[in-house]
Design a protein around this ligand. Sequence first.
Ligand SMILES: O=c1[nH]c(=O)c2nc[nH]c2[nH]1
Ligand SMILES: [Zn+2]
Length: 492
Amino acid sequence: MTPIAITSIPYTLYHGTFVHTPSLDQLELKFNALVGVNSEGEIDFVHDEYTLALAPVEFFKQSYPDHHNYTTIEFVDYTKDPTKFIVPGFVDTHIHASQYPNVGVGLGTPLLDWLHSYTFPLENKFSDLDFATKIYTKIIQKTIASGTTCASYFTTIDPNSTNAFADLLLQYGQRGFVGKVCMDHNDTYHAYEEDFASAKESMDKVIAHIEKVNPEGQSLVTPIITPRFAPVCSRELLKYLGELSASRSLPIQTHISENKKEIELVRDLFPECKDYTDVYDQHKLLNQSTILAHAVHLTEDERTVIKNKNCSISHCPTSNTFISSGEAPIKQYLYKDQINVSLGTDVSGGFDLSILGIVKQSILVSHHVAMTEKDSYHQLLLKDAIFMATKGGAIAVGLDNTIGSVEKGRKFDMQLIDLRSYNSNADIFEWQLPSQEDLKEERELKMMNLLGKWIFTGDDRNCVKVWCNGRVILDKSARDERWVMVEPSTSA
Ligand SMILES: O=c1[nH]c(=O)c2nc[nH]c2[nH]1
Ligand SMILES: [Zn+2]
């Protein structure tokens, strides 16, 4: 995978099945949709059930006469194979780019020990730019290959490698939020901390760099204010970061209420605050651009504040299971508390870089919550999980008018799913395929079953093409060889 060049793109008409969740509790299956994408990579129109009565380019010219000063109009047809469909690119709202080498390491180690034993020693190596570049390149490639078109990243306290990370995002064409980790005391691991003055200086350096490198008129890459979590931040630092967010209109990300010992520690460190949420609230860190990762053990009062401040939660079920943090009652957050919830891989507390994997885990963990509570209400449905992975993520990063759904005016940040891709784990039989001849309900039911097969038996091998801003940033379709099974030997 080589970095892409930013070039202009031709007006393109895509014809195929599109699946999206324009709002919570709403999943739309768009069979035979014709979607026009302009040279800015923006969706120009969405025409449902396009029947090919007219050639697509002719249809476009007649239906949208004032849209086409284009000399080239391309047509891409995905209707021939019903195992192919397009969904919005995933938004990973919580991922530590620097922790990639530790994926799969530390099973069952509680958060505070896990940070001390595995995480801080690794993050402390990122002042070595070669080391950092190797890891950062890999994680961007891997997340794109899993269909992530936008992610909110934590890097480390080091500003130079954080700037190199922003450069890599731009080179590979992934939309990203870059969070230089801020932490001005680290009582269990003094080798990895910064003082208040250098935290400020480093933030200035990162913000200035990102302003300089973003392409003209675009903000593919955005700095995000990142107090790591309350236990490693002084009141002075938290206050400064709250003010910086307000003065520069920058979003905020942090951790909250992941682990019970962590919550006790916050209570001891901030006795003047009512609870964990109040620590952030008192330092002006809670607003509609705040992403709170984990949020496993929130009280009712905390949920009320988070809702009233319009913050989003990043649910990280894989991490919450891997380092035994707990089970967040997400169905309740979404529907009863009406908090926006998105999904995070939380590499490397989480071992899976693919948001598709987190979709699966979120549903499974919700079934455990339902069993524990003896109430099936808590079970998340496919549509809930797809919402959190796409539109919910777009809301969390403040880009719901830009990405996350297949609607006019949104950027074409999409992924093409092929359930019969090379080496696919998913197996689909002919009679399971939706077709034009099916009655509406039958066709929709078959498509819902395909979505179930994608989520529970699919993986990144089924994500064969990825677009960001209308540009193809990954194309695996050249690798379409099929397995050849060796015939069983008949000779004795
Ligand atoms: O899952 C987590 N990963 C981290 O790196 C971290 N830092 C504070 N709290 C954290 N939780
Ligand atoms: Zn985290």
